[in-house]
Ligand binder design. Structure first.
Ligand code: HEM
Length: 343
């Protein structure tokens, strides 16, 4: 509390007594006494002083507490950052999220649910073990809450505040903020685990080109060959790993302000965090659709871990061959099997 009051008092005193008239500005509002063309030949000494301060990137006052940040009255770059937060991010986020929802709706309307063409065989094969599924759901669960609470910070005042009023909005936003800060930790751990567990199967290779040329068979009934992960899933993986790392690092810079950067670094971290997050949310909407209602049999992979063999053959034919080969080798390698073979 005192830490907040002292800088505010310092700013008020500096405004009232310490600064030249032209440097007395309203934070976030129009600059008092700034000419439309501050370097015009008729500019006054105060106006030139203000111009010099703006060029230096900040207007500071004099303070007696040992916190340099508190002496900062105006940081002109802050206005660009505010425009980014209130306008640019809202537009980028709105277009990305609504655009992706529109694409999904159109895809569902034209293609419908992707069925297992050969029907279910009734036999299953293990796709993901418990550790893989736990890491996935820890990442996914925390991501969903992070996404909703983050979107509330960007869009809530327009979409939710008018519906529920300021008091309820303040309460959910405060709790949302706590959830957002603390769930960053399981999300980061999940991204690290997914990277370690799946990186070896997500290195791009020549087969991905064929899969992409056939558009993954999404628009017809082709089933382009794919290993454990197809090219589309590899994209989801790298978006999770690279996007997740950028969002996490920039998020920690924001949670622990001025620990690693100055004010310009804080603003850059916020821009990176906001843009990458909304793009990731849009990408994950596509992933969530295909992994649930969009494709018959896909959810089982992350539910029970067992998928139908026909589903696996249609979407991951090379992986099924590998798994069958490994199983045959294991059986051939067991002493009992060798004896049986010899008999
Ligand atoms: C919340 C709803 C979600 C559902 C229903 C869902 C479903 C699935 C399913 C079924 C798979 C396995 C696909 C297969 O066997 O081929 C999968 C894989 C995966 N999921 Fe999710 N997921 C969700 C959220 C997320 C989120 C939020 C992230 C990342 C932040 C994520 C990251 C991944 C990754 C990296 C893979 C492996 C690559 C892939 O199969 O696309 N998932 N998910």
């Amino acid at each position: 509390m005192i830490a907040r009051i002292l800088p505010a008092l310092a700013v008020a005193c500096a405004l009232a007594f310490g600064l030249p008239a032209a440097a007395q500005v309203q934070m976030g509002g129009p600059v008092v006494g700034v000419p439309t063309n501050p370097v015009s030949p008729t500019a006054t000494a105060d106006e030139l002083e203000l111009e010099k301060a703006l060029t230096r990137g900040r207007i500071g006052g004099r303070i007696s507490i040992p916190d340099e940040q508190a002496s900062n009255l105006v940081q002109p770059a802050g206005r660009d950052w505010r425009t980014f937060h209130n306008r640019t991010l809202t537009w980028v986020g709105g277009i990305a999220v609504l655009g992706m929802l529109g694409i999904i709706a159109m895809f569902y309307a034209t293609r419908g649910r992707i069925e297992i063409d050969a029907g279910r065989s009734g036999r299953t094969i293990q796709r993901f073990n418990l550790l893989e599924r736990s890491a996935h759901w820890m990442t996914a669960g925390s991501f969903v809450v992070l996404a909703l609470t983050g979107l509330n910070l960007t869009f809530g005042r327009w979409l939710i505040l008018p519906l529920i009023g300021p008091e309820a909005f303040a309460t959910i936003t405060l709790w949302g903020k706590y959830a957002h800060n603390y769930l960053s930790f399981p999300f980061t751990l999940g991204v690290v685990l997914l990277f370690l567990l799946w990186v070896k199967d997500n290195i791009p290779n020549g087969r991905d080109v064929g899969w992409l040329k056939a558009a993954g068979g999404l628009f017809g009934h082709d089933h382009p060959a794919a290993g454990r992960f197809n090219a589309g899933q590899k994209m989801v993986f790298w978006i999770t790993v690279i996007g997740g790392t950028l969002v996490a690092v920039s998020g920690y810079v924001l949670i622990f302000p001025f620990w690693a950067t100055d004010i310009a670094g804080q603003q850059l971290a916020h821009i990176v965090h906001g843009v990458i997050s909304v793009l990731m949310i849009a990408a994950m909407l596509g992933h969530i659709y295909i992994g649930s209602v969009g494709m018959e049999g896909a959810f089982d992979a992350m539910g029970s871990g067992q998928v139908d063999v026909n589903w696996a053959r249609e979407h991951h034919s090379l992986w099924v061959e590998d798994e069958m080969k490994k199983a045959r080798e294991t059986i051939a390698g067991t002493p009992g099997a060798r004896t049986q073979g010899a008999d």
